[in-house]
Write a protein that binds this ligand. Structure first.
Ligand code: AMP
Length: 146
């Protein structure tokens, strides 16, 4: 899968290899980034397509040793997209404040938790808010048009 969209960050760590994490991993890898995916469940790596050229680490991202093993201190971009807001925020904070990852983006479904972390420099994406916005846009057009 090749894409020409957006500049590729050179070294990217992704925590959580569910559908979302695997999709982001494959997209950034196909754009030329070096990608490492962390998941505590090795079966999750089957979400990655066979053409994925990055690396995978089996481990709990709540443990700093696992983030160190992934070389989070060298990450240009650290993305945390497990199903747990708390884990995503904690891992992003440790990667950023303790290990020195350059940029961190966390999946946070609860919008009430977003602003305080954004003040700490952690970027937040709420899939709930994003998909609700997309639904509302979709239904504002007549059926079959966008
Ligand atoms: P989902 O919630 O299905 O989008 O996927 C979340 C993914 O994050 C799953 O593959 C989980 O195994 C993974 N995950 C959840 N907690 C952790 C954790 N503490 N460390 C690493 N991976 C995790």
């Amino acid at each position: 899968m090749k894409s020409t969209e957006g500049p590729a960050a050179s070294y990217v760590i992704i925590v959580g290899c569910g559908r979302l994490g695997a999709y982001i991993a494959q997209t950034l890898s196909s754009r030329g980034s070096s990608v490492v995916v962390i998941d505590k469940n090795p079966a999750a790596f089957s979400e990655l397509p066979s053409e994925f050229s990055g690396f995978s680490i089996e481990g709990d991202a709540a443990e700093i040793s696992v983030l160190r093993q992934a070389k989070a201190s060298r990450a240009d971009l650290f993305i945390a997209v497990t199903g747990s807001d708390s884990l995503n925020l904690m891992a992003a904070q440790v990667a950023s404040k303790v290990l020195g990852a350059k940029r961190t983006v966390a999946r946070v479904d609860d919008p009430d938790r977003a602003s305080s972390f954004e003040e700490l420099g952690i970027e937040i994406v709420s899939p709930t808010t994003v998909s609700a916005g997309r639904f509302l846009t979709q239904i504002s057009y007549p059926k079959g048009r966008e």
